[in-house]
Structure formats: C-alpha cells, structure tokens
Design a protein around this ligand. Sequence first.
Ligand SMILES: [Zn+2]
Length: 303
Amino acid sequence: MQKNVTSDKSMITRVMTRDGSAMLVVINSTEIVKKAADIHRLSHTMTAVLGRALTATSMMGSLLKDKSHSLTLQLKGDGPGGSVVCVSDYSGNVRGHVQNPQTDLPPNAYGKIDVGGAVGNGNLYVIKDLGLNEPYVGLSPIVSGEIAEDITEYYASSEQTPSVCALGVRVSEQHKCFAAGGFLLQLMPGADESVITKLEDNIRNIKSVSQLIADGFSGDEIAREVLSGIEYDIFDYIDVEYKCTCSREKYEGALLSLGATELSELAQDPRGIETVCHFCNSKYNFSSEELQSMVMYLNNKKQ
Ligand SMILES: [Zn+2]
C-alpha cells in the first residue's frame, strides 16, 4: 500500500508495529508550511519556527479520539519570535500564529536555522478540548526551543509516554519552504525490550527527517527507515491541510459576548468595525447599523 501526496495537501501516515509495542505517525507537511508562510509572510527563521510547530501539532491532533476534539500547542518563550500558537482538529488539520512573524536570526553554531534562539526559554502548553467542562492542560518547560525535543520532553514528563519526535523544515534563500515533515514515535505500555533497542538503533542512524523529505521519501519510506527490522502495518493515510475554522458567525458571537455597553460604544463609529482572524487574515466587517441591531438584540433579551 503506497499513497502519493497530492499537490495541494499534506499527508499523515499512521503505522503500528505488528506486536503493538509502538505507534508511529509520519507527516509530510510541506504544503501546510508553505501556506502558513504565505498567510503570515513569515521570515526565514519564523517559517522554520511556525512550520515545526504546525507539523508537530498536526501529528498530535491526529491522535485525538473524537471528531469534536481539538488540540492547541502553545510555546510561550522569551525569544524574539514571541509566543507561538497552533491548533489542530482531530484529523490533523491545523492553523497557527506567531507573535513576531518577521523575526529573523543568523544561523546557529551548527549552521542551522536558529529555531531555539527565536523561541527562547519558557513553557510549552498542550491544551486538549475533549468536549468536557474543563479542557485538559499539560505543561512542560521548553528544553531547547528546537520544538521536537520539547515535544518529546512534554510526552515524557506530562503524559508519561516515552516518545521520539522529529521535525524538520527546509527553507530556500528566497524564504520558500521546499520540504517539511516529521514523525512522532510512541511506545505503548508493555513495549517489547528488543523492539525498543531496535528502535533506538534506527533513530540513532536515521538521516534528519527534513533531509528525508527533501530527498523525496514518502511517509511509507520514512516509516520503513524508522521501523527497519521490525514488522509493522500501515493502518491509514490522512490528507491534512492548513485550515482555519473562523466564520462571520463566530465573530458575531464574540462581539455579542462583549455586552450591550461596549457594543454601543463601538457602534458610535459610522465606519463600523473590521475584525481580522489572526490565523488566516480573513476580514469580517460589521457596519454601525449591524452593531446597533446587535445592541438592540441584547437589550431585548435582557427584558
Ligand atoms: Zn480564520
């Protein structure tokens, strides 16, 4: 079973070892990162920062169990890139936002894009909305700011799940992303020791995931590298994309939640107001008349 990535979609491949010791999610997220870079006009450095975060969030989101669930990854570091927020639905469709999209740093000591420098020190938060009254909030300190290591640390310390996360984003001189992807490997409870040793060997010897994607490796081929010498089954492929969930109705709801007093102040401006979605830059305009009728609606509801 082999599936090629269609031109405008990214793709997740989900794999399980035959003995149930480990689960592997692989993503080619090149199209997601390209779209994010376009929407936010990301610098070279921030394409890698948001690109890696979106790649991780999509894989983490694809592990959610129900259609109504969503997962938010927040990196709140003190680096010049500012905070990073990404949200995934249960099938891995993502959207994201960075505080300072134009921040650009010189390469780090290894000649690589300085993702860790842009993110800085602070905390990583994972918020899962599982349709309960309170969302689940997990947190771990940012270890390196390189994001993959931080996700690995998060799963170990906050969810007690031994994991290996690898992320890579390649950006050309023209600030265009030409390869992005990653994998997330998780051990299941009671994982077989010999499988663990084999996985550790494979991970140690594998090329970087961005190199594999740049070399044209498919999800299947990356799984073959990570799980070399281990029997496994590919159980599905999911098309994923950069996708926002905003709508005029959602903004209308947000405006109504401001309350009658604040809304009537906004309605004073004859030009009305323009709201802008910070995930996709969609603009929604509300005229002064519309705002006034929303105030009337709220006042009527009160009586
Ligand atoms: Zn939007």
